[in-house]
Ligand binder design. Structure first.
Ligand code: C5P
Length: 408
């Protein structure tokens, strides 16, 4: 668990402004995650927001009474609205409904939240959340364009299914997505000169139009590494197999299905990146022949034989580049003899660094949110103990950068 003084948002003062959207329920998780990272959070709610989430919940999670009214003697006695506006390092309005966006754009100060926006010198971020038609309405788009011009940060919305059943843009980013935006906002951008190429997720090797071979992989580790690098200002290209994950902010994502496609995309981009991290669980084999029609069951047939041929080793092909070879990092998922297998792989594939993880444990690895790694390079090794994949990814980026700078 992170301490308040060690989190990525240690000491950062954030006003979380909640307006009346169904996505307000995500603010409970968001507040918890912000505080876990060491932020101090004060919650301000509009009157109607209380219909969606209770001030008591937000008070319990933030550790402070929720500010609700402009003329509230009790609230003004503890921290008046001008004091609150001056206190903040960031004001985040989430969810930001069409109504609050319109009122802020018009410069109104008819409740505490809009008044704070006028009175603060802190950056203001909004996380739009509304029906897709309302989001695409000319008035809303013009308001967002105006706010962007004024320097407001617009985080989201995501595209997808909405509470009303519509599908389109207007879903508020998840708590994890907003946390990442806040972290990016505050993080030092010390990797702007370095570019990363990553592979992540599984590959799918078609057998026929409806069947495929694949590996167990959620893609979370690779996506977390991409996010950690992008948050520090690095240019990041992520070549991804099929996964159910949102693309991290400021990451350029290329979707592929098969190992051949992943290999081709990596070949195209490797020479333009300083660091290559192969996180993907690439299928070692593919079907020798892909049937053009669905293979039918036959009553008389209890067995079929599938001929498999080897896929290209993507990370080894990058590590063997003779010109513009990136610093190359691989992973080794092992169920036993972790060090011996990882070291053998590092040497065979000519990697600068290998990150070994023990996938025999069910509290870490493939589909878990947590992982532990042991890093091996030619002159040393280092364990990175069990942690959330997002935290582990930040530590891994630190280690990679140190070794990359030494190797340069
Ligand atoms: O040989 P093995 O699959 O265990 O090696 C794992 C490492 O090699 C990972 O970094 C993985 O992304 C990479 N790899 C690859 N192409 C393959 C197989 C593995 O890039 N065909």
């Amino acid at each position: 668990m992170l301490g308040k003084n060690t989190g990525s948002l240690s000491g950062k003062r954030i006003i979380l402004g909640i307006s009346a959207g169904i996505a307000a329920y995500k603010c409970a998780e968001l507040t918890r995650r912000l505080i876990e990272q060491g932020a101090k959070v004060r919650v301000v709610m509009t009157d109607s927001a209380k219909e969606f989430i209770s001030p008591l919940t937000m008070q319990a999670l933030s550790g402070h009474p929720v500010s609700e009214h402009l003329f509230d003697p009790a609230a003004e006695a503890s921290m008046g609205h001008i004091e609150l506006a001056k206190w903040a390092d960031l004001v985040l309005i989430a969810p930001a409904t069409a109504d609050i966006l319109a009122r802020i754009t018009a410069g109104m100060g008819n409740d505490l939240l809009t008044t704070l926006c006028l009175a603060t010198q802190a950056p203001i971020a909004v996380a739009p959340a509304m029906n897709q038609q309302m989001y695409q309405a000319v008035a809303t788009q013009e308001n967002l364009a105006t706010l962007t011009r004024r320097g407001y940060l617009i985080w989201g919305p995501a595209y997808g299914e909405q509470a009303c059943g519509d599908i389109g843009p207007g879903r508020m980013l998840e708590a994890s997505g907003l946390l990442s935006c806040v972290e990016t906002h505050f993080s030092k951008k010390d990797l702007t000169e370095i570019s990363f190429l990553l592979t992540a997720g599984p590959t799918q090797e078609a057998i026929d139009p409806v069947r495929y071979l694949t590996n167990k992989s959620s893609g979370r580790m690779g996506y977390a590494i991409a996010q950690a690098a992008a948050q520090r200002g690095a240019k990041v290209t992520l070549i991804s197999g099929p996964v159910a994950l949102e693309t991290p902010e400021n990451v350029f994502r290329i979707d592929v299905e098969s190992a051949e496609e992943m290999h081709a995309a990596v070949q195209t981009h490797a020479k333009d990146h300083e660091i290559f991290i192969a996180c993907a669980a690439v299928a070692d084999f593919k079907a020798a022949d892909i049937a053009t029609q669905k293979v039918k069951k036959k009553e008389s047939l209890n067995e079929i034989t599938l001929t498999l041929i080897k896929n290209p080793d993507i990370v080894a092909s990058v590590a063997s580049m003779t010109k513009n070879r990136p610093f190359t990092v691989g992973f080794a998922a092992e169920t036993q003899h972790l060090e011996a297998h990882a070291q053998k792989k590092r040497i065979q594939k000519n990697l600068d660094l290998i990150c070994a993880n023990d996938v025999s444990r069910n509290d870490q690895g493939f589909n878990s949110h947590q992982n532990a790694l042991h890093l091996y390079w030619d002159t040393g090794n280092k364990p990175l103990p069990l942690n959330d994949k997002t935290e582990l990814a930040k530590q891994l980026i630190n280690e990679i950068i140190t070794l990359y700078k030494k190797a340069k």
